[in-house]
Structures are given as structure tokens and as C-alpha cells.
Design a protein around this ligand. Structure first.
Ligand SMILES: C[S@@+](CC[C@H](N)C(=O)[O-])C[C@H]1O[C@@H](n2cnc3c(N)ncnc32)[C@H](O)[C@@H]1O
Length: 213
């Protein structure tokens, strides 16, 4: 409705529209799934659902907190945990509080003493396709999207789509970010038409997880 009165591309009207889509998606698709109090509880809830060897791909590593949690939760020797990041921070502005460069570790990668964990340094747009060309993803796939910005999220989802199978899990760290992670998921969903269901969320869908059906 609002788009009738305000031209597309005006950030304010886009945000209003995105907010309306976010609120209705939350109501229609996420109200019946379990609500967890915090990120660690959400991870534990998902890890119980995937009690088997996994291929865990994480987009947005920073200092390694979430990949470290995941490799502790899933202790199967055959599991692999791969973290992708520039390690020089966000490639573009996210919001006024998070300009390009936020989350830089000056190129330093986390040191995690676990041979199942590895990192791929660079822009996803440069590294993901070469990675997939030389890597077979054979185990149940868990994708952790924590890259904050629209362009990165949409690229990751569209590029990984061909690997998604029933049982694939996708976790969104900033699902509430209606102009970025959420909007990218919404646009991906519209374009690729996967069947999915919500499997967990934090209050207000700040963070959320889905399973491909
Ligand atoms: C919020 S931080 C990740 C936090 C981390 N998962 C944790 O648990 O602490 C977001 C990260 O996404 C990375 N990032 C965003 N867009 C990217 C892109 N297109 N290519 C590579 N890294 C990107 C940034 O460098 C940043 O380190």
C-alpha cells in the first residue's frame, strides 16, 4: 500500500515495506516454532536435531565465537566446520553503527585447536565458488549466515542453493535485520521457491533457523 504513495528506492518507504513483510512472515511462518532465550540455546536446540556428522559452513566468522560453539556441540570426527570471512570486516556499510570495516581482525584468523575446523579468507563472492568446485559437501548441511549485509546473504543463499536437500538447516544470526539478512532471505525464497519450515527462533525472530523440506 505504502509503495503506491512513495516511490521505490526511497530508503524510508523500502524500510516500511520490509518491516511489514518481516512482521507478516514472523506471524505466518515462525509463530509455531520453539522460542529459545539466546543464541547458545538456539544452537543447542539445533545441534540436538542434527546429532550426526555434518558439513557446517559459516558465513561471517569475525573472532570465531559461533564456529567454536558449533564444533564443541557436534563432536563427530567426520564433521567439518568451514568459516568464510574477509577477516578485514564488512565489505560495505551495514547501518550507521556498522560501517564498512566493522569486525576487522586485520586479516587474522581465529586459532581453534581442532583439525575439523578451517577458514577461507576473502570475499564470499571470490571464494565460495572455487571452494565448492573443489569440495564435496556430502554430510548433512548446516549453514550459519552471520554476515549481516544484504548482498553477502543473498549471494551465499543463491550460490549454495544447489546443495540444499531436505534436512539442510540454515541459521540466520540477524534475521530481524529487515533490510539485510531478512530481506535477502525473502528475495532468495521468492526466486528459488524452496519448501522450508521454521525450526527455532529467539524472541521477535531476532535470530531464526529454518529447515529445508
Ligand atoms: C557479525 S560478524 C560475524 C560474527 C561471528 N559469527 C560471531 O559469532 O562472533 C560478520 C562478519 O561477516 C563478514 N562478511 C560480511 N560480508 C562478507 C563478504 N561478502 N565476504 C566475506 N566476509 C563477509 C565480516 O567480515 C564480519 O567479520
Amino acid at each position: 500500500m505504502i509503495a503506491k504513495f512513495l516511490p521505490r528506492g526511497l530508503p524510508f518507504s523500502e524500510s516500511l515495506n520490509n518491516n511489514a513483510i518481516f512482521v507478516s512472515t514472523r506471524r505466518d511462518r515462525f509463530s509455531d516454532c520453539p522460542e529459545l532465550p539466546d543464541r547458545s540455546a538456539l544452537f543447542r536446540h539445533i545441534a540436538r536435531m542434527v546429532d550426526e556428522p555434518i558439513d557446517y559452513l559459516e558465513f561471517g566468522v569475525w573472532k570465531g565465537a559461533s564456529i567454536d560453539e558449533w564444533r564443541r556441540l557436534n563432536t563427530y570426527p567426520e564433521s567439518r566446520f568451514v568459516g568464510f570471512d574477509t577477516f578485514y570486516g564488512l565489505p560495505e556499510d551495514w547501518d550507521p553503527q556498522h560501517p564498512a570495516g566493522t569486525f576487522s581482525t586485520k586479516g587474522e584468523m581465529p586459532k581453534i585447536d581442532d583439525s575439523r575446523v578451517s577458514f577461507v579468507k576473502g570475499l564470499f563472492q571470490d571464494t565460495l565458488r572455487p571452494f565448492l568446485a573443489k569440495t564435496e559437501v556430502t554430510r548433512r548441511l548446516v549453514v550459519n549466515v552471520d554476515c549481516d549485509i544484504y548482498s553477502a546473504t543473498l549471494f551465499v543463499l543463491g550460490t549454495l542453493d544447489r546443495l540444499f536437500r531436505p534436512g539442510t538447516i540454515i541459521v540466520f544470526d540477524d534475521f530481524y535485520s529487515m533490510n539485510d539478512e531478512f530481506k535477502a532471505f525473502y528475495d532468495y525464497d521468492r526466486s528459488f521457491g524452496r519448501t522450508w519450515s521454521a525450526i527455532g527462533r529467539l524472541p521477535h525472530c531476532i535470530k531464526a533457523a529454518i529447515e529445508i523440506r
